[in-house]
Design a protein around this ligand. Structure first.
Ligand SMILES: Nc1nc2c(ncn2[C@@H]2O[C@H](COP(=O)(O)OP(=O)(O)OP(=O)(O)O)[C@@H](O)[C@H]2O)c(=O)[nH]1
Ligand SMILES: [Mg+2]
Length: 196
């Protein structure tokens, strides 16, 4: 499926502070957050059908800044959209100080930004735990729409898939399985991100 809406998407810039980021006043923001290596940058690239889009601004494959991509106003007659690729939590080979800098930067950014949707990205092999409960409560308290994107769906067998879906149903939060390898679930993610 060719996501026409995202065809004109362009890299806008990389920032290290919430105050530096483009104003969300007129253009809504959809951000991708979650642990390091969960597949945030890959998911953003899949949604835009643009391989390595979210790699424009990064060096060794790891996201360390707040990276903005713009779907220009006028795409399909809409107001445009900012897609924000956030650095992951807990990237093991960074120094403690650098990990802490990233944690504070992302937390401050999340507190400062009114999102249209927060995509919480996690490896589908991870079960919802305290971290997921906390971020869900945080989104509910702020009144933000959110969805858990369960990545690497291609790595699960059929039994694991049905167990995982059962677990998430019990957890009772919006979730969408996806594979950035096979494209599974990407058209559903596109609908959620576009908001229609
Ligand atoms: N098999 C499979 N691999 C995936 C999938 N999504 C991402 N990956 C791989 O997982 C690794 C991490 O992906 P990234 O998109 O860089 O993860 P990230 O969440 O942006 O990582 P940080 O920038 O460190 O926070 C890469 O090697 C991807 O190719 C998927 O759906 N299936
Ligand atoms: Mg990344």
């Amino acid at each position: 499926m060719k996501p026409d809406y995202f065809r004109g998407v362009e890299y806008k810039g990389s920032y290290v502070k919430a105050e530096e980021c483009p104003s969300p006043a007129s253009i809504p923001v959809v951000a991708f957050t979650g642990r390091s290596n969960s597949g945030k940058s890959s998911l953003l690239s899949s949604i835009c059908d643009h391989q390595n889009l979210a790699r424009t601004s990064k060096k060794a494959g790891k996201t360390v800044t707040l990276n903005y991509f713009l779907v220009p106003p006028g795409s399909s007659g809409g107001p445009g959209l900012y897609l924000v690729d956030l650095p992951g939590y807990g990237y093991a080979t960074l120094s403690h100080a650098e990990r802490e800098r990233i944690r504070v930067m992302v937390d401050e950014y999340l507190e400062a930004t009114p999102f249209r949707l927060l995509v919480i990205v996690l490896d589908a092999r991870r079960k919802p735990a305290q971290e997921e409960i906390s971020i869900r409560q945080w989104c509910e308290a702020h009144g933000f729409r959110f969805v858990f994107a369960l990545t690497k769906w291609d790595k699960l067998n059929n039994k694991e898939r049905s167990q995982t879906l059962h677990t998430w149903k019990e957890f009772g939060a919006p979730h969408q399985p996806v594979s950035n390898e096979s494209g599974y679930g990407i058209s559903e993610m596109i609908k959620l991100v576009r908001g229609r």
